[in-house]
Design a protein around this ligand. Structure first.
Ligand SMILES: Nc1ncnc2c1ncn2[C@@H]1O[C@H](COP(=O)(O)OP(=O)(O)OP(=O)(O)O)[C@@H](O)[C@H]1O
Length: 198
C-alpha cells in the first residue's frame, strides 16, 4: 500500500489522486470517508461541526450504487432519503431536476437495469444534486462517459468548487480544473502537488 501521505484541501479546491492500478487511490478514498482505518495517521475535517467526513460527503465509487429493478427516479429518491437523514445533509434538487442536471431526465421512469453503462453512470452522478453535501469523494467519476458528458461533469465540478465545495477525486484522466492539486501515489510513497506527474 502507501505511506507518507500528507495533504490539506481547502474549501473551493479539488485534489486529484492519481497513480497506477493498485497504487491505493480507492483505498485512500476509503480511509478519508472512514470505511477503512489507517494503520497510522489521521484524517481531520475542520469547519463541519460534529459531522464526520462520511456525514459531510458524497461518495461515488467506481462501481455504481444503483438497484437495477428500480427506476432512475426511484434510485435517486432512495439515495436522497438516506443522505438527508438527521444532520447529515439537506435535500437538494428533485430527482427529475437532478437527472436533468446530468442530461438524463428522459430516463427517469426506466428501470436502471435497462440503461447503458454511461447512462447508469450519469444517474449515479445525479445523486450529487439531490442531497447537498459539501465534500465530493469521487472514484473514477467519468469512467464510461462520452466526451460530451465528461465536459458536462467537468463544468458541474467547477460549479461545486465555485460555491465553496471540496472535491477529492481518484482518476487516471486529468480534469483540468483550475487550481486542482495533484497527489500521485507511487509505490509506498506519495508525491503531492506535482502537476508534471501527468
Ligand atoms: N478489500 C481488499 N482486501 C485486501 N486488499 C485489497 C482490498 N481492496 C484493495 N486491496 C489491495 O489494495 C491495493 C490498492 O488497491 P486500490 O483499489 O486502492 O488501488 P487503486 O489505485 O484504486 O487501483 P485502480 O487504479 O486499479 O482502481 C491493491 O494491491 C489491492 O489488491
Amino acid at each position: 500500500m502507501f505511506s507518507g501521505i500528507d495533504f490539506t484541501v481547502l474549501a473551493g479546491r479539488a485534489l486529484v489522486v492519481t497513480g497506477a492500478n493498485g497504487a491505493g487511490k480507492s483505498s485512500l478514498l476509503a480511509l478519508l470517508r472512514g470505511s477503512l482505518k489507517p494503520a497510522a495517521g489521521r484524517v481531520v475535517l475542520d469547519g463541519a461541526g460534529e459531522r464526520t467526513v462520511a456525514e459531510a460527503s458524497h461518495f461515488i465509487g467506481h462501481e455504481n450504487a444503483l438497484k437495477g429493478m428500480l427506476t432512475a427516479s426511484e434510485n435517486l429518491a432512495f439515495a436522497r432519503d438516506v443522505l438527508t437523514g438527521g444532520v447529515c445533509g439537506k435535500a437538494g434538487m428533485s430527482t427529475d431536476e437532478g437527472l436533468a442536471k446530468l442530461g438524463v431526465a428522459h430516463l427517469s421512469r426506466l428501470p436502471v437495469a435497462y440503461l447503458s453503462a454511461g447512462q447508469k453512470r450519469r444517474v449515479e452522478l445525479a445523486r450529487l444534486f439531490v442531497a447537498v453535501r459539501p465534500i465530493w469523494l469521487l472514484d473514477e467519476p467519468t469512467a464510461g462517459l462520452d466526451a460530451a458528458s465528461v465536459g458536462l461533469f467537468r463544468q458541474l465540478m467547477r460549479d461545486h468548487l465555485a460555491i465553496g465545495g471540496l472535491i477529492i477525486a481518484a482518476t487516471h484522466q486529468p480534469f483540468g480544473l483550475a487550481g486542482e492539486q495533484i497527489l500521485r501515489i507511487e509505490d509506498c510513497a506519495a508525491t503531492a502537488d506535482d502537476p508534471e506527474a501527468w
